[in-house]
Design a protein around this ligand. Structure first.
Ligand code: CMP
Length: 140
């Protein structure tokens, strides 16, 4: 399988509970390498723009509020089939449906506060990486 890059967020609920290290360990043990990583306080405009695909969904307002409630970790993960691999490591969006051993099964609180975000396809991965990182920040 080809080496890919994908975009990942460790969400406010997980950062607040001091779970950054435990979550990064899941990615690293799963064969993904963080090639760029920063801690930011997302602005409302950034959160609204990032999740604009969901702007007509009933959960949009709450999602944006949750994403700006406190800082997040944003990162680019690289590895074999990284987009799918990341989603396997995260588990299902709704933690009630997440498989044993996944991040969301272990750490997520609810559908909204589900601890991590990951890109769902190659096009969105490229867009989401570009949304938060410049080329010279992808240091490999
Ligand atoms: P994420 O992978 O960050 O992408 C969109 C987020 O919206 C999702 O994870 C959930 O945290 C949140 N969300 C809240 N309600 C829903 C829902 N009904 N369906 C999908 N996503 C939802």
């Amino acid at each position: 399988m080809a080496i890919e890059r994908t975009f990942s967020i460790i969400k406010p609920d997980a950062v607040r509970r001091n779970l950054i290290g435990k979550i990064l360990t899941k990615f690293e043990d799963g064969g993904l390498r963080p090639i760029a990583l920063k801690k930011i306080q997302m602005t409302r405009a950034q959160a609204e723009g990032f999740y604009s695909v969901h702007k007509d969904r009933p959960f949009y307002g709450e999602l944006v509020d949750q994403m700006i409630a406190s800082p997040v970790i944003i990162q680019v993960l690289e590895g074999e089939g990284a987009i799918l691999r990341n989603r396997e490591i995260m588990g299902a969006t709704n933690p009630a449906n997440a498989a044993e051993g996944t991040i969301r099964k272990e750490f997520a609180l609810s559908m909204g506060e589900n601890s991590v975000h990951g890109s769902d396809a190659p096009e969105t991965a490229a867009e989401e990486i570009r949304f938060f990182f410049s080329d010279d920040e992808l240091v490999g």
